[in-house]
Ligand binder design. Structure first.
Ligand code: AMP
Length: 170
């Protein structure tokens, strides 16, 4: 299936100059969702993964579905102030603005081998911060998997040493 057909470009959202990749048509389409999750999961079926970490908010959707396919648990990487127990926090620059992400300090109880999942790799700031969080919590980032890579933003440059997978490149 050509998943690019179910991803809508929305110009100037949320800020002028940003071409937003709207994945809601993909989510609404059962065959597309099945295909996307299957292809995101496939490279990791034969690798030992202890948990999937997904980044709020759209990384929760794909991350949790990938975790269920792999038969492992899901670790939410959240915006500040949302997680109830003690956390690690990493600040970073976004394609539009600055932000921070947090993970529970004791999140890696199922083991250290973590797959990071998000919908879009843009500048790489979110993924780099997430990788640091996993490492601070005692984990090893086995790989990072994205539905969409905005290759022209060169996010991979912010992720040296990480194994990066993406299904769709723009
Ligand atoms: P970045 O930290 O720049 O790699 O941005 C990645 C995060 O921001 C992802 O969690 C995406 O959901 C979101 N994001 C950034 N740019 C876009 C875009 N052009 N379209 C849709 N989502 C985006």
């Amino acid at each position: 299936m050509d998943l690019k057909k179910v991803i809508r470009d929305v110009p100037d959202f949320p800020n002028p100059g940003i071409l937003f990749k709207d994945i809601t048509p993909l989510l609404e389409n059962p065959a597309a969702l099945e295909d996307a999750v299957g292809r995101l999961t496939e490279p990791f079926l034969s690798r030992k993964i202890d948990s999937v970490a997904g980044v709020e908010s759209r990384g929760f959707i794909f991350g949790a579905l990938v975790a269920a396919r792999l038969g492992v648990g899901f670790l939410p990487v959240r915006k500040p102030g949302k997680l109830p127990r003690e956390t690690f926090r990493e600040e970073f620059q976004l394609e539009y603005g600055a932000s921070a992400v947090e993970i529970h300090r004791d999140a890696l109880g199922s083991g250290p081998r973590i797959l990071v999942v998000d919908d879009v790799l843009a500048t790489g700031g979110t993924a780099a911060a997430t990788g640091k969080l996993v490492q601070r919590a005692g984990g090893e980032v086995i790989s990072m998997a994205f539905l969409i890579e905005l290759a022209f933003l060169e996010g991979r440059k912010h992720l040296p040493g990480f194994d990066i997978h993406s299904l769709l490149q723009y």
